[in-house]
Design a protein around this ligand. Sequence first.
Ligand code: C5P
Length: 216
Amino acid sequence: VSVWAIVVAAGSGSRFGGPKQYEALGTHRVLDYALADARAHADGLVLVVAPERAADAEPAADAVVAGGATRSASVRAGLAAVPADAEVVLVHDAARPLAGAELFGVVLAAVREGADAAVPVVPVTDTIRTRPGGGDPGRTLDRATLVAVQTPQGFRAEVLRAVHAGDPEGTDDASLVDDAGGRVVLVDGHAANRKITEALDLEIAAALLVAHGDPR
Ligand code: C5P
């Protein structure tokens, strides 16, 4: 089975105040951790970057392509560079440096066992409310029914290509498979696999690297 990975790193990091995936973490850039983890289980690797970085050398990737205005558009740009004979595609956020190679293996195994999509999730520990607005006061959701979704997410390649036809928008790719009626399998994610969104997240990731040892 030919497995390709797409690492999306084309976000502008508006909440961070810059592209967080290029910040230093330990001895590497944030995105280098994502690339190394993805490489462990992929035959090929596509890195999706902001257009102004598309000419930069990234030796860890087999292809570097320019992303789009949204995460979904960036995934599609990456998918266009995945060879047609790839059977499984793993999609990962460059902003998640602490996923670990093992989680890629778990996601890949679930796809090999028949899932259209495999998604790591973790329990939600905060109580979550909907935002008030438009006369709606908002309400509290039942936390027991909620999970938080991470990457890497794994897909049968033909399913990922099919659900991206028509340029849909989603905050992840598994939600597009849900919308298309595909079979999404949940696997256990890791609490340490946080997305670097704010400056605090980078400080936490740095502390975790020190506490647990830099795997690279
Ligand atoms: O901000 P968001 O949660 O969507 O970012 C998740 C990942 O998607 C990040 O690694 C970010 O660089 C990437 N992204 C992208 N292209 C965009 C927006 C986000 O590659 N236009």
